[in-house]
Design a protein. Structure first.
Length: 138
């Protein structure tokens, strides 16, 4: 069995944003040489997420609006965590959107369903954060 590990770095200038990272994960898979196995992609920061969904701007807008309704950023005083901080909403948004995805690798390709893409979700941006890509298989 082979293993591969790489960190992808992101610096999102806004507080909240989504980045399609599918091509970067596919590049990692090609570098790994693994043809059959699993690819784990996970956010390594507690206010960020990795998730799978459609790459459609209307959906991304809807996700942002929906998440802000679920866990509004302001007023920051509504959260106990925000004593000295202002990112409690980012922790809650990450809890909803998830930490990681696992994608099957078949014949050297990410084995997706129709329209599936991998995204990095940022909920407390304006500083550098990373995503881990770990691929195992043959």
């Amino acid at each position: 069995m082979k293993t591969y590990r790489k960190e992808l770095w992101f610096d999102i200038p806004e507080r909240v944003g989504f980045v399609n990272i599918t091509l970067r994960v596919q590049e990692c898979l090609a570098e790994s040489g693994i043809k059959e196995g699993l690819a784990l992609v996970n956010a390594m920061h507690i206010t960020a997420s990795v998730f799978i969904n459609d790459d459609e701007t209307g959906l991304h807008h809807d996700l942002r609006v929906w998440l802000e309704k679920l866990a509004p950023h302001e007023p920051v005083s509504q959260y106990r965590h925000n004593v000295g901080e202002d990112n409690a909403d980012g922790h809650l948004k990450r809890s909803v959107m998830g930490r990681e995805v696992v994608v099957a690798v078949t014949a050297g390709c990410l084995d997706f369903g129709p329209w599936e893409q991998i995204f990095y979700g940022e909920f407390d941006g304006r500083r550098r954060k990373r995503v881990l890509v770990k691929i195992i298989g043959e």
